[in-house]
Design a protein around this ligand. Structure first.
Ligand SMILES: [Cu+2]
Length: 120
């Protein structure tokens, strides 16, 4: 199940260059896996690096999964943002919330993995 979702996501990113609306990918405009100069969160050794990032409202955040396992960046507040499972070695983007403040997030399969998106 989890592997299947990851594969589907990977295929969508590679083939279509856009997010999969069906699996609730937040970014709808530019999900191309290009590591821009913007904010990048790297996942390694079952943790987010850096754990706290500061962004502008609606800024695109790139997530690079350099770990051996699949992980997600999922807002603690349900529905704010969710990358779904990012397979090992994959890169995705999502759009930060418009709402100013601290937005905690976690990894769905590993709830002990936590981070904060600070929007200001
Ligand atoms: Cu994880």
């Amino acid at each position: 199940m989890i592997k299947h979702i990851g594969l589907t996501l990977a295929l969508c990113v590679m083939v279509m260059g856009v997010g999969c609306d069906g699996v609730e990918t937040v970014s709808k405009e530019s999900a191309a896996p290009e590591v821009a100069s913007g904010v990048v969160i790297t996942i390694e050794d079952f943790s987010f690096s850096p754990e706290t990032v500061t962004v502008s409202p609606g800024e695109v955040v790139t997530v690079v999964n350099s770990d051996i396992a699949g992980h997600s960046v999922t807002s603690d507040s349900v529905g704010a943002f969710d990358t779904n499972i990012i397979s090992s070695g994959n890169t995705v983007t999502f759009t930060a919330p418009q709402e100013v403040g601290d937005h905690g997030y976690h990894c769905t399969p590993h709830p002990n993995m936590k981070g904060i998106i600070v929007v200001k």
